[in-house]
Design a protein around this ligand. Structure first.
Ligand code: ATP
Length: 463
């Protein structure tokens, strides 16, 4: 008989009020509709580990869609429903305990006993439907439910040893065919091991090795592999996940160009350092992490090998083109920057190594690069002077703005047209190169450039 622990006290004391209220409400509505309602998965796992988690997955014994509409109405939420799978997503704005307004997302699923309801397949015991729902999950630590209906509010339903494994910091699947059934769980196992600082049990390692030897990684679709890779790249410690994937030969199985090398590891650490510094300067941008990691893992690979890999990952032709041309662009950039540095740092041009010398030319070279490409170019640059120059471009030169506008030039006698842009660019370049500083100097330079321009023009008109 299952020993049931009740954590309603913890829920009341430890959860933020707005989440506690939501769980209470879900239980009340479940009672009204005659459905059993549970929170399942990551939220419960994290609750048992005292880690805050705001992603709520509900599981309803009954009809999840009907339940979602009832709850959605009470929360004033938008509903996206998936009739076929009887699932729904609620989204609404909620005020947190500190008064901040945030977007909440609740996933609602229906536990589907009907698949297993062939006569005699299962004894009709209590909780059999939620028990089966949990059985289909990936690891014991995720296969745990928290009951919300009022009489049982706060009961932990733990059929597969979630609490034991959380206590022992162990990752293991619920049954031994788990990785054969769904090999993407191999990547998820590694992800949880690293994220939670748990260990795969010895038996789990054996099951993973076994599944890999059976060629299961090759059977995962490109989209699912790529999705797994993206998840890994969003983790706090991506490199540790990649190392573990490498140990299990997962990278090798995805494509032989992928396994780690010392050079790749070094590059990844460098990319992370520069990327973090960039984010400190310019907040967290919407950049996708996977691009930099995939570029790093493809270090030294040939064009054809990389395009083969992208085909395996089922990249669209547009995404393939964009990734491949980014690699080419980064490589070409090296030559251009080298040529620039030979000029900029040559002794006769620049005795005091003033990196602002012709910074505007470097700006023209670097301008077309995306942020990711720029980070990659710096990370792969060994020459300290060049790195300094690129960093100077990113932090200072790129931010340089003029105080004067096209209007100032029109006042000086130029007529509207593309020439205005050319003159403004020359003034901006001078500013980037540190030749002029304030508005007055901008005006002075603009004036002399406009004067030259007008003189040239009238000379041409006379000829
Ligand atoms: P996170 O904190 O990353 O959201 P999570 O445990 O909520 O962790 P999700 O990826 O959001 O993870 O998945 C939600 C739940 O669905 C998991 O707890 C897990 O039980 C289940 N799940 C996800 N992927 C699989 C899979 N491949 N096989 C079985 N169950 C899965």
């Amino acid at each position: 008989k299952l020993k049931i622990r009740n954590v309603s006290g913890i829920l009341k004391d430890k959860l933020p009020k707005y989440i506690f209220k939501l769980l209470k409400l879900a239980g009340e509505l479940g009672d009204e509709l005659g459905f059993s309602v549970y929170v399942v998965g990551g939220f419960v796992r994290d609750l048992l580990m005292a880690i805050p988690n705001h992603d709520i997955d509900l599981c309803v014994e009954g009809n999840g869609i009907v339940f979602a509409h009832a709850l959605g109405k009470r929360l004033n939420a938008s509903i996206t429903e998936h009739i076929k799978f009887k699932t729904a997503i609620l989204e609404y704005t909620v005020e947190t305990d500190s008064g901040e307004k945030i977007l909440m997302k609740i996933d609602i699923a229906t536990s589907r006993l009907e698949y297993y309801e062939s006569p005699g397949a299962l004894p009709n015991v209590e909780h059999s439907s939620i028990r089966l729902d949990l059985y289909r999950r990936d690891f014991t630590i995720n296969a745990v439910a928290l009951e919300l209906n009022q009489t049982n509010f706060g009961n932990i339903l733990d059929f597969y040893g979630a609490q034991r494994d959380i206590k022992n910091k162990i990752i293991q699947p619920i049954h031994s065919l788990s990785f054969i059934e769904d090999p993407t769980r191999i990547i998820r196992a590694i992800l949880f091991e690293v994220r939670l600082n748990f260990k795969l049990s010895l038996q789990t390692e054996r099951l993973i090795n076994n599944a890999i030897q059976l060629g299961m990684i090759k059977k995962i679709s490109g989209q699912r592999i790529f999705h797994g890779f993206q998840l890994v790249c969003e983790e706090e410690n991506t490199l540790a996940c990649l190392k573990r994937m490498d140990e299990f030969k997962v990278l090798q199985e995805i494509h032989p160009i992928l396994p780690l090398t010392d050079a790749k590891e070094e590059l990844i650490l460098e990319l992370e350092k520069i990327s973090n510094a960039y984010e400190m300067l310019y907040q967290k941008s919407k950049r996708e992490n996977w691009v930099l990691y995939l570029l790093a893992l493809c270090l030294g690979a040939k064009y054809l090998e990389v395009s083969e890999l992208l085909k395996r990952l089922m990249f669209s032709s547009k995404a393939t083109h964009s990734f491949l041309s980014m690699r080419e662009q980064c490589r070409d950039m090296k030559f251009k920057i080298k040529a620039w540095s030979e000029m900029a740092f040559s002794p006769q041009n620049n005795k005091d190594k003033n990196i602002r010398y012709k910074m505007s030319m470097l700006a023209d070279i670097l301008n077309p690069l995306s942020v990711n490409a720029m980070i990659f170019v710096i990370a792969t640059e060994k020459d300290a002077d060049i790195r300094k120059a690129i960093l100077y471009y990113i932090t200072k030169a790129r931010e340089e703005k003029l105080s004067i506008t096209g209007k100032s030039l029109i006042k000086m006698g130029m007529s509207p047209g593309v020439e205005i842009k050319t003159v403004l660019k020359q003034v901006l370049d001078a500013k980037i190169d540190g030749l002029i500083k304030d508005k007055q100097e901008e005006l002075n330079l603009a004036e002399s450039l406009v004067k030259n321009f007008l003189e040239e023009k009238s000379k041409n008109n006379k000829n």
